[in-house]
Design a protein around this ligand. Structure first.
Ligand SMILES: [Zn+2]
Length: 474
């Protein structure tokens, strides 16, 4: 009884501290716009080192392989410049510290990798093969313990230190200059090499992802990962649990339908019941190549069996599970912030409403609701709604699909009215949040507004003399 009480209490304390941290507000991680100079330099230094290690006997193959290495580094730089990698004081350093723990426990491995949180809600991790590892926000919000994160990193390290990407590139480079092989390959239309017409396709076929990968290397990576992992102090249950989580990644964490009426019914502007009409679309609108919300995870059942076999001879290690609740919540807020940054406003609205469900007093969540409603209004007004609002798709989770359907049902005036009334009715509650006051200022530009934007602006400046939105208020 006593023991049980203590456990309950520890959990309760952890929850309280996480809750209080996110109860009132959230400050999103900075967006860099361009790759930080130090990171760029480090990537170039590593590229030079990688190129110096190329020892193909054929000159042409040698040169081509070096060119492929450059393209691989260029891809990483491009993704930094496109704001996918998060360079902040929280998420990425936390992941890096777990990576350091693994290296400390495996001193024979050269410390050649860096890990960053990655702005995507796909449940995935990727090793680019040149030393950069990406850990998506979607995966981070699924991980229950630090040990699970450690196992994912061990898996990506296994790909890197076994040179899976390098080997595949070398194979490709050799093939490219082998006339006889080329002829053979052309004859086999369905051969995987037949698809290697573009570099992007090559990259996709490399083992750069924990969920999308060539089958041949996956079991090998899992098995090497486990060897690295067992050298650490982390518990022996996490590896199998991690694969179970990946296996169920297509099942959303929040399946309850949002109560739209609760959010969008105002004394001066009533909710209309017809907004709720919902018939799932019969057309698949989303393309699966670039859509994070689709269900695309292959089964991990066979990988789990293989891991369990390898673990059989191991003595179970019940190390205290290090929870990572704060980082998990942070990655959920960051997913909403990222959806907004990438101008996916239907997704922003959905994600910030879920945040508001759990943190009803969080000003940032409500500010994102207000700001994304205004952006949807503005884009519909400019006939650009299609650019920022996904079409419903029966493959999405029903709660998300319902929100998309609702947003497509609204007319311009209705969108404007919701944006305005949502912010105007909450402006006192969230008056200390500059994100929220900015949302109110934006919404005061709609035709239905009864507030003067100029007055809101001077109020904003008085309260936040060096506010981040001043430059945008004109
Ligand atoms: Zn993998």
């Amino acid at each position: 009884m006593v023991v049980r009480y203590q456990i309950a209490c520890v959990l309760c304390l952890a929850w309280t501290s996480v809750f209080s941290q996110f109860e009132k507000n959230y400050i999103p991680s900075p967006v860099q716009d361009t790759i930080p100079a130090a990171i760029y330099q480090a990537l170039q230094t590593k590229l030079t080192l990688d190129k110096s290690r190329v020892t193909e006997p054929k000159g042409q193959v040698n040169a081509y392989l070096k060119e492929l290495y450059t393209k691989r580094t260029d891809l990483v730089i491009e993704q930094f410049n496109n704001d996918y990698f998060i360079v902040d004081d929280n998420l990425s350093p936390y992941l890096q510290s777990i990576l350091e723990n693994i290296y400390t426990a495996n001193p024979s491995l050269p410390r050649e990798t860096k890990v960053y949180a990655f702005r995507s809600d796909a449940v995935n991790a990727m090793s680019y093969g040149e030393g950069t590892i990406a850990f998506t926000l979607g995966l981070l919000s699924r991980m229950e313990t630090e040990a699970q994160i450690a196992y994912v990193l061990c898996h990506e390290l296994a790909h890197y230190h076994s040179h899976h990407s390098d080997i595949k590139m070398a194979k490709f480079a050799k093939l490219n200059y082998d006339k006889e092989l080329k002829r053979q390959v052309k004859a086999i239309a369905k051969s995987e090499y037949g698809q290697y017409t573009k570099f992007s396709q090559l990259m996709r076929s490399l083992d750069i992802s924990i969920t999308r990968h060539s089958r041949e290397k996956e079991f090998e990576a899992d098995s090497i990962a486990l060897l690295y992992y067992l050298n650490t102090a982390y518990d022996t249950h996490a590896p199998v649990r991690t694969l179970e989580i990946l296996d169920s990644a297509d099942i959303s964490l929040y399946r309850k339908n949002l109560d739209l009426k609760k959010y969008f019914d105002f004394t001066n502007y009533r909710f209309k019941e017809q907004w709720l009409s919902y018939i799932p679309s019969t057309t698949w609108h989303a393309s699966d190549s670039d859509n994070d919300s689709l269900h695309t995870h292959p089964s991990c059942a066979r990988r789990i069996i293989a891991l369990q076999r390898q673990l059989k001879s191991q003595k179970p290690k019940d190390t205290q599970h290090v929870k990572h609740n704060a980082m998990r919540t942070r990655s959920e807020f960051e997913q909403a912030a990222s959806a907004f940054h990438f101008k996916s406003f239907g997704k922003t609205l959905f994600k910030s409403m879920i945040l508001a469900e759990h943190y009803p007093d969080n000003a940032y969540a409500h500010a994102l609701i207000g700001q994304s409603l205004y952006q949807l209004y503005l884009h519909q007004k400019n006939h650009e709604l299609g650019k920022v609002l996904a079409l419903p798709d029966p493959r999405f989770d029903e709660n998300y699909d319902r929100v998309l359907t609702f947003l497509h049902t609204l007319r311009l005036m209705e969108l404007g009215s919701l944006a305005y009334h949502y912010t105007a009715t909450k402006k006192e509650t969230f008056s200390t949040s500059e994100d929220f006051i900015y949302a109110w200022w934006l919404s005061s530009h709609t035709e239905v507004s009864q507030d003067d934007p100029a007055r809101i602006k001077s109020e904003y400046i008085a309260r936040f003399p060096s506010g981040k939105y001043i430059a945008m208020m004109h």
